[in-house]
Ligand binder design. Structure first.
Ligand SMILES: *Cc1c(COP(=O)(O)O)cnc(C)c1O
Length: 378
C-alpha cells in the first residue's frame, strides 16, 4: 500500500483476546500434535453449537469436503452435482477423486442452489452426491432441496464453509447434510488461521473420517494400513485457537448482521443498489455484505473495486461461477432461467467489507466512496 492509512480488509481475522490464554495452555500441556484435548473439546463444543452428534477437526475446509465425498463413496468417473456459484474448493474436492462435477444454477430468493435446476439435472444424471453451498452466510432452501434429493435417493453434502452461525427453520447451518463441512480459514467468521471440520450424525462416518485423516491407520500395535490415507487432522494448538474464537461466534454473527443493516439503512434508498436477500424462515450470518448494482456491467464493478483499492479498502466481485471457469468450460451446467442467474450475479455483484471488527467510521467511509462512484454516472 502506498498510503499510510489503515487498510480496511474484506473479512480479516477478529481476535477476542482469549486466544493467547488458550494457546498458552495448550503449549504448557505439551500437546503440540495433530491430536490432543483441545482437538477433542473443539469438536465437542462445535457439535454442541451446531446441534449435531459428531465432528472431526481437520486441516482445512477443502480437506473436509474431500473426505466427505470419499466417505459417501464417490469414486473415479462418478457424477457429483454442486452449486455453480461457489468457491473453487467445492469443485476441487470432486476432482481430487477423479469424479465429474455437474453445476447447478442459483435461485433468486436465496442465491443458492435452484431446486428447479437441480430437478432438471436429476432428469439427466444419477449423481453419487449433491454438494450444496450456503453462500455468503445464507442457508440454501433445504426444505425443497432435501425433498428432491430424497426422491432421487442421493445424499447431500452441505458446504457450510461460509455459513457458520447461520440458521434456517431454527436449525443451524452445518446440520443439513448427510455430512456437512466448515472452514476456519483466516477470512471466515471464526478462524484457526487455517482449518476445517466435518460434521455428521452418523457415527460410522466420523470414525472413517478420523481414520482417513490420520493416514488410515488400522487398529493394531504396529502401523497397519489397508487403504490410502491422508494427513488432514487439525493441530492441537490451532484447535485451542478455535475454542477461543468459538466463544465469540454468536456476537460476531450479530455484529456482521449489524454491518449489513448499516449498509442497508444508508444505501437502500439509492435506486441503483439492491441487496442480497435473506431466506424466509432463516437468519443469514451475513458473512459478507453483498450488493448488486442494477444497471452496471462487470467492467464498472472492476472500476469501483480499483477506486476502493486506492483508498486502502478491499472489496471483491461475487465468486466467478464455475461454468465460466476455463478449466470447466465443457462441464454440464443446469439452469432453469434462459440467462443463468449465477452469471448475472457475478456481473453486477460487489462484496463489501464485512469483518466483525469494522467501526462505524469505517462503514461511513465505505458508504461515502460508493455513493460518490454511483452518483457520478447521473
Ligand atoms: C472457504 C471455503 C471453502 C474452503 O475452505 P478452506 O478451509 O479454505 O479449505 C470451501 N467452500 C467454500 C464455499 C468456501 O468459501
Amino acid at each position: 500500500m502506498k498510503n499510510h492509512k489503515k487498510t480496511i480488509y474484506l473479512s480479516p481475522p477478529h481476535l477476542n483476546g482469549q486466544e493467547i490464554k488458550f494457546i498458552t495452555d495448550a503449549i504448557d500441556s505439551n500437546w503440540i500434535a495433530p491430536l490432543g484435548p483441545d482437538v477433542d473439546q473443539f469438536e465437542n463444543e462445535m457439535a454442541k453449537f451446531i446441534d449435531i452428534d459428531y465432528a472431526a477437526a481437520l486441516s482445512s475446509g477443502t480437506a473436509a469436503l474431500h473426505l466427505a465425498l470419499k466417505i459417501i463413496g464417490v469414486k473415479s468417473g462418478d457424477y457429483v452435482f454442486c452449486s455453480d456459484l461457489t468457491f473453487i474448493a467445492t469443485v476441487n474436492a470432486i476432482k481430487y477423486l477423479d469424479a465429474n462435477p455437474i453445476f447447478v444454477d442459483s435461485e433468486e430468493s436465496t442465491w443458492n442452489m435452484c431446486p428447479k435446476s437441480l430437478d432438471m439435472a436429476f432428469k439427466k444424471f444419477s449423481p453419487k452426491a449433491v454438494i450444496v453451498t450456503d453462500l455468503y452466510g445464507q442457508s440454501a432452501d433445504y426444505n425443497t432441496i432435501s425433498e428432491i434429493c430424497k426422491n432421487y435417493n442421493t445424499p447431500i453434502i452441505e458446504d457450510a464453509a461460509e455459513s457458520l452461525g447461520a440458521e434456517y427453520n431454527n436449525r443451524k447451518c452445518g446440520s443439513f447434510g448427510e455430512i456437512s463441512i466448515l472452514s476456519f480459514n483466516g477470512n471466515k467468521i471464526i478462524t484457526t488461521s487455517g482449518g476445517g471440520m466435518l460434521l455428521t450424525d452418523n457415527e460410522a462416518y466420523i470414525i472413517e473420517a478420523k481414520k482417513l485423516a490420520s493416514q488410515s491407520r488400522e487398529q493394531a500395535i504396529h502401523y497397519e494400513h489397508a487403504q490410502i490415507g491422508y494427513n488432514y487432522r487439525m493441530s492441537n494448538i490451532l484447535a485451542a485457537l478455535g475454542r477461543a474464537q468459538l466463544k465469540s461466534l454468536s456476537s460476531y454473527v450479530e455484529k456482521r448482521r449489524k454491518i449489513f443493516n448499516y449498509y442497508y439503512d444508508h444505501l437502500n434508498n439509492i435506486n441503483e443498489i439492491s441487496f442480497m436477500p435473506e431466506i424466509k424462515n432463516g437468519k443469514s450470518s451475513r458473512w459478507l455484505s453483498v450488493i448488486l448494482l442494477k444497471n452496471k456491467t462487470h467492467d464498472k464493478i472492476n472500476e469501483i473495486i480499483k477506486v476502493f483499492e486506492r483508498e486502502g479498502i478491499e472489496t471483491r466481485p461475487i465468486w466467478k461461477p464455475m461454468h465460466l471457469q476455463p478449466i470447466y468450460f465443457d462441464t454440464p451446467f443446469y439452469h432453469n432461467k434462459i440467462n443463468p442467474l449465477s452469471k448475472d450475479l457475478f456481473d453486477r455483484g460487489l462484496c463489501l467489507p464485512s469483518g466483525s471488527s469494522l467501526t462505524n467510521d469505517d462503514l461511513d467511509k465505505i458508504i461515502d466512496i460508493l455513493c460518490k462512484e454511483i452518483n457520478e454516472d447521473y
